[in-house]
Design a binder for this molecule. Structure first.
Ligand code: QAP
Ligand code: CO
Length: 168
């Protein structure tokens, strides 16, 4: 059991593009396990490795209240099934305390490797589809605040910087 430090906006390390995982070995499995510990402790429903300053393409997710459906996506590739868009009030462990409406495709298909390095393909919709797209954005160095107006983003940035200074 290990808790990892979660980077917070506007930390520039969150802008790093993550590299593909070349081999799902015990190092990656330990990272996955530590990411679940960190996400469940927060608590959160999704976490990308970028958020814990590991710039490799690894995502963990569990939308259930009782932590009964842990999902791992390594090197995820997502394709949009149709161009039907939906909105959701998204949050992020790297943007604590802020929730804003973001629009994304409603249904996607993902191909990825699981914790054992086995490839799988799944069609996702609802919160699963939203959360996966949000987490894949992290791997590209993108945050949900990037979809907001510059004014809203700047307000969130100022409040978080103030809070971070207060804590340090
Ligand atoms: C990403 O976010 C997500 O502000 C996962 O104070 C969220 O787990 C994708 C959290 C919603 C789509 C929709 C946020 C915890 C957790 C906070 C999270 C906070 C404490 C966020
Ligand atoms: Co996030």
């Amino acid at each position: 059991m290990a808790l990892l430090n979660i980077l917070e906006f506007p930390d520039p390390r969150l802008r790093t593009q993550a590299a593909p995982v070349s081999q799902v070995d015990s190092r990656i499995q330990t990272l996955v396990d530590d990411m679940f510990d960190t996400m469940y402790a927060a608590p959160g429903i999704g976490l990308a490795a970028s958020q814990v300053d590991v710039h490799e393409r690894v995502i963990v997710m569990d939308l259930t209240e009782d932590r009964s459906d842990p999902k791992v996506f390594i090197n995820p590739e997502v394709s949009v099934i149709d161009d039907d868009l939906g909105t959701y009030d998204e949050g992020c462990l790297s943007v604590p305390g802020f929730y804003e409406t973001v629009e994304r495709p409603k249904v996607v298909e993902v191909t990825a490797l699981d914790r054992e390095g086995q490839p799988f393909t799944e069609r996702l919709e609802g919160l699963m589809a939203i959360c996966l797209q949000h987490e894949i954005d992290h791997l590209e160095g993108k945050l949900f605040v990037d979809y907001l107006s510059p004014l809203k983003r700047q307000r969130i940035r100022s409040k978080l910087v103030k809070e971070q200074k207060r804590r340090s």
